[in-house]
Write a protein that binds this ligand. Structure first.
Ligand SMILES: NC(=O)c1ccc[n+]([C@@H]2O[C@H](COP(=O)([O-])OP(=O)(O)OC[C@H]3O[C@@H](n4cnc5c(N)ncnc54)[C@H](OP(=O)(O)O)[C@@H]3O)[C@@H](O)[C@H]2O)c1
Length: 290
């Protein structure tokens, strides 16, 4: 007689949604926003969601914003923004694919901000337009080694190495440290969800964002012990250079403004709690399946 089939192992698939209705969430992030000593660092502040985030951090928080980008001299709107917030915003050169640049950013936080960082926003991302670039690919046969490697560098290796470099500065446990948990937000995309993949294609982008989601889970489990929370964020299709070549079939009500999707991301930061760290969330606070 064969052995009885054991019952299925109960699996916890994910995380609770984040309630972003005013007054409904934890509101822990409000302490961070009101703290004049808080320090916020973001990548890709030159344009798109990063530029919008620099604007919203300047108005929504009282702390110092380190708005990084690859070529500050060409980021004229960002430079003007920094000038209109004297003493509250620094424009820093940072290419996430260059380890020396990542290390220099960590040294900057150590030297100029006493090694304090309250939030890291990994915004930089690469999709390509499918015309001037090999990606996003429509088929397995279209994948090019160099493009896949570069997508991994920008979309996952860069954010991971930046989080690694900043982790000591993000610590909030221990004597003399801020008591509000710090936060890491990794800008991901729903197409990085493996269970949601019904169409295929966009290989390099999908793979890199799936890897970023796994990296987010790993770092969240580890950094929780030092009072740092992390989540991966899907902004939804937002009107930026990245999505512009692919907007033709997007319904107008499904094409969001940068102001909306960045504002919602900050709402998630404000209202999240420890139970949400490591999750993958969209602009409504809904947990997305991996
Ligand atoms: N827009 C959407 O519909 C959408 C949807 C889902 C997810 N996302 C994600 O949201 C994030 C922001 O997207 P976006 O729409 O703002 O894109 P975007 O308008 O195309 O801007 C891309 C940004 O990434 C920067 N960047 C590229 N390579 C970099 C590097 N090596 N080091 C540092 N910065 C680098 C660019 O800097 P330069 O100006 O120097 O090129 C630019 O600031 C991305 O991670 C993207 O995958 C966007």
């Amino acid at each position: 007689m064969g052995a009885a089939v054991p019952p299925g192992i109960p699996l916890k698939f994910g995380h609770a949604n984040i309630d972003i209705r005013a007054g409904a969430g934890s509101a822990r992030g409000l302490e961070r926003n009101a703290d004049t000593g808080a320090v916020f660092l973001l990548t890709a502040a030159s344009r798109g969601l990063g530029l919008e985030l620099a604007k919203q951090l300047a108005s929504r928080t009282q702390g110092h914003v380190i708005a990084s980008c690859r070529q500050p001299s060409k980021a004229l709107e960002l430079q003007a923004l920094a000038q209109s917030h004297p003493g509250r915003m620094t424009v820093l050169e940072l290419d996430v694919t260059d380890q020396a640049s990542v290390d220099a950013a960590a040294a900057h936080v150590a030297a100029l901000h006493n090694g304090r960082l309250d939030a890291l926003f990994n915004v930089a991302g690469l999709l390509g337009d499918g015309r001037a670039t090999p990606g996003p690919e429509r088929s397995l046969g279209a994948i090019q080694r160099d493009w896949l490697r570069h997508s991994m560098e920008v979309n996952v290796i860069g954010p991971v190495m930046l989080a690694q470099a900043m982790a000591p500065h993000l610590r909030t446990t221990g004597q003399g440290r801020a008591k509000t948990p710090s936060v890491v937000v990794n800008f991901s995309a729903r197409v990085g969800s493996i269970s949601d993949n019904r169409l295929g294609g966009w290989h390099s982008y999908r793979m890199s964002k799936s890897a970023l989601n796994q990296a987010t889970k790993c770092m969240a489990l580890e950094l929780k012990r030092q009072g740092t929370w992390a989540f991966a964020y899907h902004p939804g299709t937002t009107d930026t250079d990245l999505s512009r070549p692919f907007q033709a079939n997007v319904k107008p009500e499904k094409l969001f403004t940068p102001a909306f999707t960045v504002g919602r991301m900050l709402d998630l930061c404000d209202n999240m709690d420890q139970q949400h760290t490591g999750g993958f969330y969209d602009y409504s606070g809904t947990f997305l399946l991996w």
